[in-house]
Design a protein around this ligand. Structure first.
Ligand SMILES: NC(=O)c1ccc[n+]([C@@H]2O[C@H](COP(=O)([O-])OP(=O)(O)OC[C@H]3O[C@@H](n4cnc5c(N)ncnc54)[C@H](OP(=O)(O)O)[C@@H]3O)[C@@H](O)[C@H]2O)c1
Length: 337
């Protein structure tokens, strides 16, 4: 368990990555009581520097001895690194907040979105998992509705930005776009197909049931976070040529009816959610407007005329902030509260 302190020694494993860099900014921005920062990455980045609280901090290679005197260790260096090094961090006395998929479905590990299930943090045994970015955006709007009227089923289609894959994917989209606009051939390294000017209905690997792992995460993680094993979710996850922010189309089937106005009122009162919904003025959430925002934006709220008790929503969230770094820092804030 974490001892109360005035300042906590914080480690970030993956400090040079898309999520890690955002994490450093958010820790600083939210005045998290971080004393020393231990910045960790692969040997490729050993000796590089990252900025934190006006200082330049040397990046060290992640290894099992990296966590001496560390109180809180944020992991965003991929699931393999979490599986290999998180137990060592816990053994050294740190509490791990893990951004990868390594421990999310482990029954001993709480899976937390603070606005939804902050209470779960207390049950940790050294590791707390941060959900998948597409799941976080979805549960932020599902939970307040579910608390009012039970949700039976959700049909979700995602439009996920390339930053969800990390820094190399952002470079790939930029390079391919420039190449194509200059009538040159594109190089494809990160994704199985060209991502520039394209949509790829394939995120993470395919499973025997025809879904991808990302799609099944949206079902299993939603059930765990919302503490309701009965809720049904079917997902189609799509990578789109957008740099930052995931958008999602949600179709929700409720046990009893709610009008679009009632849903708007429920969501307007929900923590961390902003209703932005005036289609007559062409106002609805857009990825380009939500970059850098902490809140989950929702619009296009309307009653589904094809089924009883159906509601349609359009949700946009910054995957690097609420979908990853911000949610992890909020978990740490719960931990030290
Ligand atoms: N991007 C998102 O929206 C998002 C959302 C939720 C969760 N996540 C999760 O967060 C993690 C990081 O994602 P990202 O988008 O930040 O990826 P990224 O931009 O590719 O960064 C990966 C980070 O991990 C480090 N790393 C890679 N291999 C390593 C090794 N062998 N030893 C130590 N460090 C290593 C990298 O260090 P180098 O710079 O030295 O290579 C870099 O700091 C992943 O587990 C991902 O699933 C990401």
């Amino acid at each position: 368990m974490l001892k109360k302190k005035n300042k906590y020694t914080v480690a970030v494993a993956g400090a040079t990555g898309a999520v890690g860099r955002e994490m450093l900014e958010i820790l600083e921005e939210r005045k998290f009581p971080a004393g020393e920062l231990v910045a960790l990455a692969s040997e490729r980045s050993e000796g590089e520097r990252v900025r934190f609280k006006g200082k330049s901090v040397i990046v060290r290679k992640l290894d099992k001895d990296s966590f001496r005197d560390v109180d809180i260790a944020f992991f965003s260096a991929g699931a393999e690194r979490s599986l290999e090094f998180a137990p060592a961090a816990v053994k050294s006395g740190a509490v791990v907040i893990d951004n990868s998929s390594a421990f999310r479905m482990d029954p001993k590990v709480p899976l937390v979105v603070p606005e939804v299930n902050a209470h779960a943090v207390e049950r940790h045994n050294g590791i707390i998992a941060n959900p998948n970015c597409a799941t976080i955006a979805m549960v932020m709007v599902l939970k307040p509705i579910h608390d009012r009227v039970k949700i039976k089923r959700v049909v979700v289609t995602t439009f996920q930005s390339v930053s969800g894959t990390g820094k190399e994917a952002m470079e790939e989209l930029a390079h391919q776009t420039v190449a194509l606009l200059n009538f040159k051939d594109v190089e494809t390294k990160v994704y199985p197909h060209q991502i520039a000017f394209n949509c790829i209905p394939h995120i993470d690997s395919f499973l025997d049931n025809g879904y991808t792992r990302e799609e099944m995460k949206m079902l299993h993680e939603t059930r765990k976070i919302m503490e309701d094993a009965a809720i049904r979710v079917t997902a189609t996850t799509v990578r789109v040529p957008v740099f930052r922010c995931h958008s999602e189309s949600l179709n929700i089937e409720l046990e009893t009816g709610l009008s679009a106005d009632e849903v708007r009122a429920i969501l307007a009162a929900a923590p961390g959610v902003i209703v932005y919904d005036d289609p007559k003025k062409n106002l609805y959430p857009l990825a380009i407007d939500v970059v850098g925002k902490d809140e989950t934006y929702v619009g296009r709220v309307r009653e589904d005329e094809s089924v009883p008790n159906g509601i349609n929503l359009w949700v946009v969230s910054d995957n690097l902030r609420k979908g990853a770094a911000l949610n992890a820092v909020q978990i740490a804030e719960e931990l030290i509260r």
